[in-house]
Every structure is written in C-alpha cells, then in structure tokens.
Design a protein around this ligand. Structure first.
Ligand SMILES: Nc1ncnc2c1ncn2[C@@H]1O[C@H](COP(=O)(O)OP(=O)(O)OP(=O)(O)O)[C@@H](O)[C@H]1O
Length: 248
C-alpha cells in the first residue's frame, strides 16, 4: 500500500469512467482533492456530477480508471467498505430514517463510520455533531417532525459523526429558501474553517464562490476546466457549456 505523505491527495480520480450502455456518463476523469481543500464539482444538468460522487462512494463501480483514498485504491470496494475507510456523503434526495429520532439517525454515522464509536461515546459524539449543525434541542424529535433544512442537517451530522477523511456533499444546499441558504452556506463555511476536506456538487454559484478553493467543471461527462472559482467561471468554454444548456 502507498505510504501517504502530507502532499498525497486525500482523494484522487485517475481516468475514472462510467458507461451506462452506450452513454458515457463520466469520461476519463482526473482530479485530486488535497487535505483541507474544499473542491467544487460543477457543470450543467446531466454532466456526470452525481455519477462521479456515486463512483467515489461506491454506489456505482467504474467501468474503467481508478479512485484512490490517500494513495490507496478503493476502486472496487463496496460502499460500506469505502465508508469505513473515511468517505462520507450526503444525497441529493435526503436519505434519513424518518421514524427514528435525530439522535438515532446521527448515531448511526458514529457506529458505522470511519472511526467507530459505541454506547455513550457514540451518543456523546452524535450530540456534539448535532450541535455543530444547529440541531441542539432537537435530539429527541423524530426526523418526520422536522423541517426540510433540519432533515438536511441530520444527514450532514450523520456524515460528520463518521469522522470522515473526505466529505461528499451532493447539492446539500438545493431546495433551501433564501434565509436557509444563507444559514446553509454559513454552516458549510464553518466546516471549511475547521479544516475539513470536502468535495461538493453544487448549482448555487454564490456558494461555489464563497466556499470553494478550487473547482472542477464537467460537461457531457468530461472535465472541461479546473481552477479557482473565479478562473473557471470566467472561462469561455465553461460559459458556453452553461449557456448551451439554457439554449437547449
Ligand atoms: N443509473 C443510470 N442509468 C442510465 N443512465 C444514467 C444513470 N445515472 C445517470 N445516468 C445518465 O448519466 C448522465 C449523467 O447524470 P448525472 O446524474 O451524473 O448528472 P449530474 O451532473 O449530476 O446532473 P444534475 O445536475 O441534473 O444532478 C445523464 O445523461 C444521466 O441521464
């Protein structure tokens, strides 16, 4: 196994490719996410962003290429094994257990995650993560009683409770109203300020600008640009990719 050094990326994709029949949803994708970096994965609808997160988290197997976590291949591991190694995620359509309480849902992240905790230790850590995302005082509520943003907070806290090496956020800010969006961006910024390593798929450009150190832009499955948010968002090819979508 490769020996990680501080310059080893936390996450690397090398030639990652996913075909669905004749459709190449992700095409020969290369990028690295370094420790403490917040990387945005952006691109028009259908460009392959969610499929890329699914390849990283093991929900889908790549058709070709490799995915490395701190230099070690995770390409063919199953989702639970990848989670154990330190990849946690949230989903575009929130996946929480509505009949269970906030604490029970978050606790699952601590119990089944990268650094496993049990009993009181799991409860204490889950409580700490709940407080971090703004759910203090709601631990005993059933998730079905929560507002939409609070269910998103539960999912985020569950991911954090696994103490991931890299956190994947799939449109975590989608569907929030303007006030909630401000709160959501502030919350992700606090995670960023804690030095977490995050890969986020996002359509909200204000969030991309204010949160990301760097961005990878995808179009039709391929990487078309990489750089700081300002660089990529002023790149003519990126602008064309987005305007092409609007024309369509
Ligand atoms: N399970 C699947 N089977 C067949 N095709 C799929 C599957 N999942 C995704 N696709 C196709 O792969 C392409 C990329 O989809 P993907 O959801 O990754 O895009 P995206 O960039 O996340 O889009 P959005 O921004 O709308 O969420 C699309 O053409 C989509 O229809």
């Amino acid at each position: 196994m490769a020996v990680p050094s501080s310059s080893t990326p936390v996450l690397s994709l090398r030639g990652a490719t996913k075909r669905f029949g004749g459709l190449v949803a992700v095409n020969n994708l290369d990028f690295d996410v370094m420790e403490h970096q917040v990387m945005g994965l952006i691109g028009p609808n259908g460009s392959g962003k969610s499929t890329t997160l699914n390849l990283i988290s093991g929900a889908l197997r790549p058709s070709a290429g490799s995915i490395l976590l701190r230099g070690a291949p995770i390409t063919h591991l199953r989702a639970h094994a990848i989670a154990r190694r330190g990849v946690a995620r949230t989903f575009q359509l929130v996946r929480v257990l509505p009949s269970m309480t906030v604490l029970e849902n978050i606790r699952a992240g601590a119990v089944f995650g990268h650094r496993r905790r049990w009993g009181h230790e799991a409860d204490a850590f889950a409580t700490q993560m709940a407080e971090k995302v703004g759910l203090a005082g709601k631990l005993a509520m059933r998730v079905s009683q929560l507002t939409y943003i609070d269910t998103k907070r539960v999912e985020l806290a569950r991911a954090l409770a696994s103490e991931p090496r890299v956190l994947l956020l799939d449109e975590w800010l989608a569907g929030l109203n303007p006030t909630e969006l401000g709160e959501g961006i502030a919350l992700v910024r606090r995670l960023r300020d804690e030095g977490r390593t995050i890969l986020l798929v996002e359509h909200v450009m204000d969030a991309i600008r204010s949160l990301c150190d760097a961005c990878v832009v995808m179009a039709a499955g391929a990487k078309i640009a990489e750089g700081t948010p300002d660089e990529v968002l002023s790149d003519p090819e990126v602008i064309r990719a987005y305007l092409g979508e609007e024309d369509a």
